[in-house]
Design a protein around this ligand. Sequence first.
Ligand code: ADP
Length: 426
Amino acid sequence: MIVLVLNSGSSSLKFQVIDTDLDRIRQDADVRLCRGQIERIGGEAIVAIQAQQGPRQKFTAALRDISESLDYLVRWIASDASGITSVRTPADIHAVGHRIVHGGELFAESTLIDDQVLKGIEECIDLAPLHNPNNIKGILAARQVFGRSVPQVAVFDTSFHQSLPERAYLYAVPYHLYRRHHIRRYGFHGTSHRFVAGRYGTLRGLTKENTNIITLHLGNGCSAAAICAGRSVDTSMGMTPLEGLVMGTRCGDIDPAIVNLIAAKEGLSTHEVEALLNTQSGLLGVSGLTNDMRVLLQELGEQDDRRVRLAVEMFCYRARRYIGAFLACMGGADAIVFTGGIGENSPDIRARISEGLEWAGLKIDHSRNLQLAGLEGQISTPDSRLHAFVIPTDEELLIARDTIRCTLGEHGSPQSDDIERKRIRV
Ligand code: ADP
């Protein structure tokens, strides 16, 4: 079956087309036919597509909205220009999987979309006012392009963390605020944490029940998850993605009293302060240079700028602090798993985060660590008590697999991903 995976933003549409079914999932033989994105929707949009066979293509097209963009995309995929021979007409796409940012407390797993589910996603708009409305537009656009007979599946960033116990997800504020307004920690990056946990189980030959790890998703956004018996029991992001680790432009944990203080001192509204904490803080705010870790590390190597060093040190220190906290919460773990753009590609950051965790039994094999840039494998020595792994994440693959499982009625769990997997990146 051919699945179109969509991630709809305010003016962008990211997509992948993946050929998979229950047998292919079992055999880990899914095939990625193409991936790409349409940006600057609303004017002269930029379309970038990489098909499995063929060169990367980039061109422009006047596209007014998500609906028009999706219609254009599907026609292009079905045309000779794409070189995707298994999709000759839009009807060759059998199902659509959507990345949905917030499922609140309504959705603890991926689900087939019907009118009631759509209403539920609408009810979660309060929790993700910038994201859920665009995700809904993506669903409505797909209904328009494919008709109602093509199954659509919602895969939520928050679902994996719905297993957190109350003591971990509640904030210590008056309880009625939770009852009245759903003020609590939800956590994000769930698809990524779930994917790497499943993959770790496969690599180690473990069942879900025996998977006890801490996953670190370090990209532009960063989060950590404590995973006991294959289930998320704590995570660093909270009610919104602002809480937790130091990120590219987000501050992570701060004293909430700072918000009013900054507002008063800088003459800003509290909304403006919140925007500053989301977009001007983190690595960018501390370094004063960039949110891009690659650039910061290069700069550090060339001129050892004090604030650049501080930004990198704070990033690694905060990550280590969360690892320590989660080890205590879980009563120990078998491994730390690094993923995301930084976690997958930076041996330097992995080594800096791991420094000082020797007490917990972690010994990094530095030559293995250096070898693994963008690759999967173990970076701790065999005699470590706490291991470290690098596992590239693949959220779109998990969305495609969940889409198949929901469509065919076999719901997925991390265990379903416990199969030896060939890399299928294009
Ligand atoms: P997003 O969260 O937007 O999906 P990514 O997961 O792609 O982002 O991560 C982006 C981050 O990964 C950037 O800070 C980038 O500098 C960093 N990154 C990518 N490659 C490397 C590398 N080789 N060394 C250090 N950082 C890297």
